[in-house]
Design a protein around this ligand. Structure first.
Ligand code: GLY
Length: 570
């Protein structure tokens, strides 16, 4: 759509005063794009009351913990990237930490093997003891509290209250939640998940019925009244520690008391005239995104047709190299004091990486080196812009969908299974993708490496594109391709989000592709070049906003793969 058509359509929406359901939503004052319409509404109400982008993000994050429990959470962790309207950027790291009693070999058997058939994840295990060992010390409440304390405007209690109301009064169960409710009731080996969507009378809540979460409302009330300490101290911490102790988990009151979120300097890169701001370690997302954008800048994209065989080959080779570097170097910066951030994000380094790329053949991934097999697929991302042009990009997670699947019935929230993002077997790397490199082995109080890539792109020094996605390691590549679609190919945000995506992560050595949108010819050609291809239904579920200063418009879109997602503006 050209500028005039965008403007005409946007004016129509603004005149009739509604957010017409369309691929893109247009607004003048502010916007929240999240994977739950109810949560986006909560954030926008905060913006309307004079809250800034941080206030709206805090409220949206708590609301998602109620309305999108697969990934919205208070029992997990994540990252927030904030850029104010003048272009000054910072990040908040609230990634989970390994408990004090964790150790590098905690998932291995007596002879040092990672047992076959036993995974680290509660949601797939009938063994509660393994399941609860997969729980990292949650960071979400600490992160939201820190972000609010430093950059928020409205009172904390006003930001938590809407989620308490949603949990206490309930909301109509959406079709996608209703399907999950039925699935868990009949299939989950974990009682907590079986009961999760049940009503007081013991029946599972059905599509369109009101679903209330009384215990979660009580936990959120503690957080409303006591802030950080409402989760990491008092009755909530006491109950977490009791539940862990009784069920074989590792987290103690001491773990909770000593947890803190950290403000960190963003990773900064450039692509042509744009500035890229994204998350530093313990996320691998920012470094990998900048490295890939640097590599793409070296390619002569005018000579390669978009979405051609050559284009996908180039993307796959760029991803392969970057993921090898990710596996070799990245981990918690508080434990790995010499991560070569400047080198990996430099234009010079990209040149050395680009040189050995064969444009006609797939290069082999060396199976004696890097990769990582355990990878959660469920996170959630939201993007926020306020009336002053401040922006927040926030991704947080429980690791797998519904995390460990476990939680105390007295608290009503689900614990993460984020320990699976560590390298579980030191010094052992296999071609199937198990990785054993040192920067990300388990140590007490260490944060596990993440792929979450909340990102803000600045144009002329001001926030321009606010973007992120759920997934596991696919996050980095779906954000990368979406950013490229906007910056290089000038796509509107909805088209950039929906365009076909691929994923390569070094090991295992194959390209994941969206099966209904990659042409069979392209697939065959890529195979002829030496690539292995594996189909998937879709990659990513991006939530993005573009700020168009020329037309004074905020334009948002939520990925069509998110059934409950919505861009809401005002
Ligand atoms: N749990 C997904 C990630 O942090 O990358």
């Amino acid at each position: 759509m050209n500028h005039i058509r965008i403007l005409a359509f946007a004016c129509l929406q603004l005149l009739i005063g509604t957010n017409v359901t369309t691929a893109q939503t247009y607004a003048r004052n502010g916007m929240v794009v999240s994977s739950s319409e109810l949560a986006s509404n909560v954030g926008v109400e905060i913006l309307k009351k004079g809250g800034n982008a941080i206030d709206a993000s805090v409220a949206t994050a708590f609301a998602l913990a109620v309305t999108h429990p697969a990934a919205g959470n208070i029992g997990g962790g994540g990252f927030l990237v904030y850029m104010d309207s003048s272009g000054s950027a910072t990040t908040i790291d609230f990634r989970e930490k390994a408990p004090l009693r964790a150790s590098s070999d905690m998932f291995l058997d007596e002879v040092g093997n990672l047992p076959e058939g036993i995974n680290l994840y509660g949601s797939e295990s009938t063994n509660n003891h393994i399941g609860l060992k997969s729980v990292g010390v949650p960071g979400t409440v600490a992160g939201l509290y820190l972000a609010h304390k430093k950059y928020g405007h409205l009172p904390w209690a006003d930001l938590v209250q809407p989620s308490i109301d949603l949990a206490k009064n309930g909301f109509e169960l959406t079709w996608s939640l209703a399907r999950e409710a039925i699935f868990f009731e009949s299939n989950s080996p974990i009682q907590f998940l079986k009961d999760y969507f049940k009503k007081d009378n013991g029946a599972v809540t059905k599509f369109g019925e009101i679903w209330k979460q009384t215990e979660l409302a009580n936990t959120l009330s503690e957080i409303r009244d006591h802030g950080h300490d409402g989760f990491y101290g008092g009755v909530v911490a006491k109950e977490i520690a009791r539940f862990m102790e009784e069920n074989g988990g590792l987290i103690t009151k001491k773990d909770l008391r000593s947890y803190s979120a950290v403000e960190r300097k963003p990773i900064k890169g450039t692509y042509k005239d744009y500035d890229i701001y994204s998350m530093p370690p313990p996320s691998s997302g920012g470094i990998a995104l900048v490295e890939m954008m640097n590599l793409m800048e070296l390619a002569n994209l005018d000579s390669i047709e978009f979405n051609s065989t050559g284009y996908f080959h180039l993307l796959a080779e760029v991803m392969r190299r970057t993921f090898a570097d990710r596996a070799e170097h990245l981990g918690d910066p508080d434990f790995n004091l010499s991560i070569p951030i400047d080198k990996l994000t430099s234009k010079e380094f990209a040149k050395t990486r680009f040189q050995n790329m064969d444009m006609m053949r797939a290069s082999p991934s060396d199976s004696s080196k890097f990769g990582q097999i355990y990878d959660g697929e469920n996170t959630t991302h939201f993007s926020v812009v306020d009336k002053d042009g401040n922006a927040v990009s926030l991704t947080y997670t429980l690791e797998h969908s519904y995390g460990s699947g476990m939680g105390s019935p007295n608290l009503g929230f689900i614990f993460n299974n984020e320990m699976g993002d560590f390298n579980p077997k030191p010094d052992y790397t296999s071609s199937t993708g198990l990785i054993g490199t040192n920067p990300n082995i388990i140590q007490p109080e260490k944060r596990m490496l993440s792929s979450m890539t909340p990102t803000i792109i600045a144009k002329n020094g001001k926030p321009y594109l606010v973007i992120g996605s759920p997934g596991g390691r696919t996050i980095i590549n779906t954000v990368f391709q979406t950013v490229l679609n906007v910056l290089e190919y000038n796509m509107p945000v909805d088209k950039a989000i929906e365009a076909v995506k691929i994923h390569h992560q070094w090991l295992p050595d194959h390209i994941l592709y969206e099966k209904d949108v990659l042409s069979p010819d392209t697939k065959r050609n890529l195979e002829d070049m030496g690539h292995q291809l594996t189909p998937v239904t879709s990659l990513g579920s991006l939530m993005g906003i573009i700020i168009d200063p020329e037309n004074r418009l905020i334009i948002g879109a939520s990925d069509s793969s998110s059934s409950d997602g919505k861009a809401v503006g005002y």
